[in-house]
Design a protein around this ligand. Structure first.
Ligand SMILES: [Zn+2]
Length: 211
């Protein structure tokens, strides 16, 4: 998590640098807005203060919306920038990750289904097939290179977010639209999965947060 900035008891806005005082919650674009269909532009300079300010605001917005990830086009900025919370055993210890100009390539052929939600498609969940293993390259918010193989739920979140940079929503990746349901009805799905697991003893995907 970004370090919380110290706020003095007596607040003199003129004395606080803009990058500290300007953190704000951004409006999230919803399915149907053209910005979500655009192919986003590369970030020219990761160290540009405007880019750093956008990253800070996107992280604040993601936390405020209780999402797991957020891509810049979801806040009306058509640039190739993503923030997300990597999956972790301990939810309290997850630091946000920043991907600038990410590029992903599939490793192998394995495709697995999993539930996804999206802050731009509020209230819904759908079952989406994704690559189980991918290679990811990107720059972080310091401009340092990320170059790694990731898998499973982590790979799913990154594929979901990178799709936003190419104007694609998870609903367009679904193979069976019958699995597009309201989040509030998920308990029915869990009950059915539990019954299936007890019958076949197979593992199932956990519910996904919005991204
Ligand atoms: Zn999304």
């Amino acid at each position: 998590m970004l370090a919380r900035q110290h706020i003095p008891d007596t607040l003199d806005l003129h004395a606080i640098p803009r990058h500290i005082s300007a953190m704000s919650i951004l409006k999230i674009a919803r399915m149907g807005h053209p910005v979500l269909r655009e192919v986003a532009d590369e970030v020219a300079d990761p160290n540009d203060p405007e880019v750093q300010r956008l990253i800070d605001n996107m992280i604040e917005t993601m936390y405020d919306a209780q999402g797991q990830g957020l891509a810049a086009p979801q806040v009306y900025e058509s640039v190739r920038l993503v923030v997300y919370l990597p999956p972790s055993e301990d939810d309290d210890e997850r630091d946000p990750r920043i991907l600038i100009n990410p590029v992903i390539t599939a490793i192998g052929e394995e495709i697995i289904p999993g539930w996804e939600g999206c802050l731009s498609v509020p209230g819904l969940r759908g079952m989406v097939p994704r690559h189980n293993y991918i290679h990811l390259t990107a720059l972080d918010d310091n401009g340092d290179a990320i170059d790694e193989d990731i898998s499973g739920h982590h790979a799913r979140v990154v594929q979901h977010e990178c799709d936003h940079l190419d104007g694609v929503l998870y609903t367009q990746r679904m193979s069976n639209m019958a699995s597009l349901i309201f989040e509030s009805e998920m308990p029915h799905i869990f009950a059915a999965h539990q019954a299936e697991e007890e019958a076949s003893d197979t593992a199932s995907e956990e519910e996904e947060a919005d991204a």
